[in-house]
Design a protein around this ligand. Structure first.
Ligand code: CUK
Ligand code: CUA
Length: 661
């Protein structure tokens, strides 16, 4: 052991010399290895620990090569994490108001959150599952991020120029979702797959009419890249049998134009344990197989554009009968209690995990096409053609207990999360991937224990046509004994795994507690693909519209309070370390429009704006304009002040808001 530590220290010394550090004869270098050895010994670090530390430590001022966008789970937010140092850079407010960004406390974020109303009612949280980056030709392009809210069937659009949420859209016909927000290879569509069946539009129907009235419903949201918005008028839905469609992935390369979702509950179980029925967990797992859903979305788009969708609640819906008649939808059996549907980087195969099957099943897109062409297919209870499994299966690989999700690297390996085994399985892909690695064909290579109960797994650039390798991250549901006890609600555990070595050499490098919710999925992009603003490009920038606000006042001399009857307009200029004006006086009952513009152009010179008593709180980054609008219905003496410590005289950056009775 001691020998190994010494050899790592030799490596460290060599590294230092190679990095242009002090030469070995310098006093610092000759002292440093001894110190490092002493530190390692003192802290009880093994050589593996030291190696892991060397691989993840990021010196101050250096930035990481990868950025991970992780779902914020029930927090309704998105976490931005630098990798491999696993430092949180930002929490983006999405479905939930976020005070630091002033998101949802009077400013433009309120307009975004309003888009997420359900039947006119504000829902100010979300259960976020799958963040997906926008793609161009099957590669992340670093422009946009999409994420779904499982609890309320909503999808959000985040603009990566300023890392803020621009749109939340409510699905008018579904009340929950799951298989979203997955994109097609050129982000033509953001797909929101369903989960628990309900009548379309979620109106009441008794459960004994489940078979007739309940339905699945997949949504193809058209994304307008120029506007940076989903366009509901160009979007459509496809009616599905009331199986519980689950995870989805878009085809690419040869399978571009197609889309694949796993499902469960083809048993049509409706629960009712209290009535003596089998509980859902038994009822939905009776069958040995469920159905992989195979969609021809390009064909569906044609049918929608030909006007063959029926408008339901303002949304075009292609009914099941039309979907079958127009050859849009096919099924293939998938064993057993499937979860996850992941397309290989080249688009040749679809990998499906079975929660209660030790195998992953690999489907060949070529074989699917051949079987469709050959025709003569049996139908399911709803008339959907079913392709027999033996006609489309390329391989099955036995990995262990509870295979869920699969991601890929650049060396022809796949990585599958094994929930019940608490392990990451590395396995080799066959077919065209065989020449990339030394293993013959479809074969389990290594199982790496993780702590504990891994759900999703994510890989660097892992959902693209050209994954990077380097790292995967295990998104573990339980952390049990990994961290100090913080009470009965424990953090989740993201474990960074080094996959840089071929063969059986995967290693856990780092444990990152996530103490705010249960993230499901995450995507990892090369940091240099992101090109965010340093400051807003022009003073007076409206971050919601991503354009200059024509009414923004940028000259302090023109700032002030204007009155027109009961309407008061406040034009405020914000710069270190004062607001202009510093006194705003109105009458009780006045309607106030308050426009604040930061004329700062210095990076990081952010101001905040808190108006006590009125629940108003903004973040005003350099160049940004925010507009708040409210009725001054509370008389009294209020203060507004800057909430960001922006300068030595930050505490003096205040003003009085007087509301005369
Ligand atoms: S699901 Cu959570 S572990 Cu929503 Cu993608 Cu599989
Ligand atoms: Cu501006 Cu503190």
């Amino acid at each position: 052991m001691k020998l190994k530590i010494v050899s790592i220290i030799v490596v460290l010394t060599t590294l230092l010399a190679a990095c242009g550090g002090p030469s070995t004869s310098a006093p610092v270098a000759s002292g440093l290895p001894v110190d490092a050895a002493a530190i390692a010994k003192d802290r009880g670090l093994t050589p593996d620990d030291v190696a892991a530390a060397l691989k993840t430590y990021m010196p101050s001022g250096k930035t990481d090569p990868y950025i991970m966008f992780a779902s914020g789970g029930q927090s309704g937010q998105v976490l931005v994490i630098a990798m491999p140092s696993m430092r949180i850079l930002k929490v983006i407010g999405v479905f939930t108001p976020e005070p630091w960004q002033g998101y949802g406390f009077g400013g433009s974020g309120n307009k975004v959150l309003e888009g997420g109303k359900v039947n006119g009612k504000e829902v100010l949280w979300g259960d976020t599952h799958h963040p997906n980056l926008s793609e161009t030709k099957g590669d992340y392009d670093g422009e946009f991020l999409f994420i779904n809210d499982k609890a309320n069937a909503r999808v959000a659009v985040i603009d990566l120029r300023d890392f803020s949420t621009k749109q939340i859209i409510k699905n008018p016909n579904a009340i929950n979702d799951h298989g979203g927000a997955f994109v097609t290879p050129n982000t033509e569509y953001v797909i929101e797959g369903p989960q628990y069946a309900a009548p379309i539009g979620w109106e009441y129907a008794p459960l004994d009419q489940y078979k007739e009235k309940y339905r699945g419903l997949i949504t193809f949201w058209k994304f307008d890249r120029l506007k940076g918005r989903i366009d509901p008028d160009q979007s459509f839905q496809i009616e599905l049998p009331p199986y519980w469609q689950d995870l989805c992935d878009a085809g690419k390369g040869p399978s571009d134009g197609w889309f694949f979702c796993n499902s469960f509950n083809t048993e049509l179980a409706t629960g009712g344990i209290e009535l003596g029925n089998p509980p859902f967990e038994a009822g939905t797992t009776k069958n040995d197989t469920d159905y992989l859903h195979i969609f021809n979305w390009k064909k569906a788009e044609e049918i929608f554009k030909a006007g063959k969708g029926k408008k339901i609640n303002g949304m075009a819906v292609i009914d099941l009968e039309t979907a079958i008649k127009e050859n849009i939808l096919y099924f293939a059996p998938e064993p057993k209690s499937p979860h996850g549907s992941d397309v290989t980087p080249g688009g040749e195969f679809i990998v499906v995990g079975g929660k209660l099957d030790p195998h992953v099943t690999i489907y060949s897109f070529e074989k699917i096409q051949a079987a469709i062409k050959a025709g003569n297919l049996n139908k399911d209870a709803y008339g959907v053609p079913v392709i027999p499994l033996d006609k489309v299966m390329e391989a099955q690989v036995e990995l262990g207990l509870g295979p869920l999700h699969t991601v890929f690297d650049d060396k022809g390996y796949a990585y599958t999360s094994l929930f019940l085994d608490s392990a990451v399985a590395r396995w080799s892909l066959g077919g065209p991937y065989e020449k990339k690695h030394p293993e013959p064909g479809w074969k389990l290579v290594q199982k790496l224990p993780v702590q504990y109960n891994i759900g999703h797994i994510t890989a660097a650039e892992g959902d693209t046509a050209s994954p990077d390798g380097q790292f995967v991250v295990a998104l573990n549901k339980w952390s049990i004994d990994r961290f100090a006890n913080v009470g009965p609600l424990l953090p989740q555990n993201f474990q960074l795994v080094d996959i840089n070595n071929t063969g059986d050499k995967m290693k856990v490098l780092y444990d990152m507690p996530i103490g705010m919710a249960e993230p499901h999925y995450a995507q990892i992009i090369k940091a240099d693909k992101l090109k965010p603003f340093e400051v807003y490009p022009k003073v007076g920038w409206d971050a919601e519209k991503m354009a200059v606000d024509p009414n923004a006042v940028t000259d302090p001399k023109l700032a002030g309070v204007k009155r027109d009857g009961k309407n008061v307009t406040v034009n405020m200029v914000v710069v270190r370390s004062h607001f202009t004006p510093e006194r705003v006086e109105v009458q009780k009952g006045d309607h106030v429009v308050w426009r604040l513009t930061s004329i700062e152009q210095q990076r990081d010179a952010t101001h905040g704006f808190a108006l006590s008593g009125y629940n108003i709180n903004l973040s005003i980054e350099p160049g940004k304009t925010e507009v708040i609008e409210f009725d001054a219905n509370q008389a009294g003496t209020f203060t507004y002040y800057c909430t960001e410590f922006c300068s030595a005289l930050h505490l003096e950056m205040i003003g009085y808001f007087l509301v005369k009775p």
